[in-house]
Design a protein around this ligand. Structure first.
Ligand code: AOF
Ligand code: ZN
Length: 367
């Protein structure tokens, strides 16, 4: 049965939705490559599924074809993105599709990569394969928003996150924990989906954070740690410094402190001497450009108040999460307020979603 509007059947939508779910699940874990999902259907039954491999290869179509439990000859393939048609690090998926005599190929949108864009349908149709485009297009565009930002702007997709109490305190030296354990799981999920996590040396020295992903079994997906440390004030006894190895830590600095530089380099940190104007902080846009070049396609910013504000003011977060507890924190001893509530509304007021995790309220603002 096809719906009037778009000529796709309910079943088509179901299969493409599954392919999109597969792609979404692998999102953030495919490096330079977009995460693609693929479902192969024969006589109305699913005979295989596939996702882009960790790090970006093999491609989803290759994985799906290899995993078929029936000959894919005369089957229909649902892919979340135009299949590639070029020799990159892997051979063209179109060739694999033709070789396996797949009869019909459905994909919602074209690839933005100019090596690929718009050429696949002709290649497939020349081999008598029926191609249908546009199925769940809106959902696919939404999924590949970060890929488009990466490729078009040469910038990482940036997610910001802050935890605050009901009375908007983000740090108190009397109570360290602000939000609950379920919220913790979501923040670690955000780390799992990111290639890099950015903080300042000021936050590092106050909090001594671990910055890793502590979802059980997923620690190996912890993001690279990126520290903004203009004057190389990083505490050498901190957890982050102690756990530096194999360039898992990128430090931006602008200082002549040779002893500290050599110490950090020897430990295995990746040091970047980033010029700044006198008495000014780093140009965040330049930092993001460098990070993109270094392979950071999805960046999580777990800033303090100041860094977060700079990102909000420049609308440099693509998404921003607030994790708000239902409890007030005492304004005693040392504490830090979140000072960006108003500016957040003016800069990001248009698109936001709310939901509850236990008694915590999560709000996602979108650019
Ligand atoms: C697909 N399926 O799962 C993905 C695709 O260097 P290569 O061979 O890996 O090619 C990289 C390009 O392939 C990448 O820039 C993007 O255009 C496309 N990604 N294509 O058919 C996939 N991830
Ligand atoms: Zn491919």
């Amino acid at each position: 049965m096809s719906t009037k509007k778009d000529n796709f059947t309910t079943k088509d939508k179901k299969f493409m939705k599954l392919a999109l779910d597969l792609a979404r699940a692998r999102k953030g874990l495919t490096g330079d490559n977009p995460s693609v999902g693929c479902v192969i259907v024969k006589k109305g039954e699913i005979i295989s599924i596939g996702q882009t491999g960790y790090g970006g290869r093999p491609h989803a179509e290759h994985n799906a074809i290899s995993n078929c439990f029936e000959d894919p000859k005369d089957s229909r393939m649902y892919i979340t993105l135009e299949p590639c048609n070029h020799y990159g690090k892997t051979p063209p998926c179109t060739k694999n599709i033709i070789k396996n005599q797949i009869r019909e190929v459905y994909y919602p949108i074209e690839d933005i990569d100019l090596k690929v864009k718009g050429k696949s349908s002709l290649i497939l149709e020349n081999s008598n394969i029926k191609v249908k485009k546009g199925l769940l297009r809106k959902e696919a565009l939404n999924l590949y928003n970060s890929y488009y930002i990466n490729r078009k702007k040469k910038l990482p997709y940036v997610i910001g996150k802050i935890a605050l109490s009901k009375n908007k305190i983000i740090y108190s030296d009397t109570t360290r924990r602000i939000t609950n354990k379920i919220s913790d799981k979501l923040s670690h999920y955000l780390r799992f989906k990111s290639d890099g996590i950015l903080i300042t040396s000021k936050t590092l020295n106050i909090d001594d954070p671990k910055l890793n992903c502590r979802l059980q079994g997923y620690t190996k997906f912890s993001p690279k740690r990126i520290i903004l440390d203009k004057n190389l004030k990083i505490n050498l006894k901190s957890y982050i410094v102690k756990s530096i190895k194999d360039k898992n830590t990128i430090i931006f600095y602008n200082s002549n402190n040779k002893t500290k530089k050599n110490f950090l380099k020897k430990k295995g940190a990746f040091l970047i001497n980033q010029a700044t104007k006198k008495n000014e902080n780093f140009d965040l846009k330049k930092i993001l450009k460098k990070l993109y070049m270094l392979g950071i396609k999805n960046l999580l910013v777990e800033g303090g108040d100041k860094l977060t504000k700079s990102f909000i003011q420049k609308r440099m977060f693509n998404e921003f999460y607030t994790f708000k507890s239902s409890e007030n924190l005492l304004k005693e001893n040392k504490y830090v307020n979140f000072t960006s509530s108003d500016i957040l509304k003016t800069k990001y007021g248009r698109y936001k979603t709310n939901f509850k995790l236990g008694t915590d309220k999560i709000t996602i603002y979108k650019n």
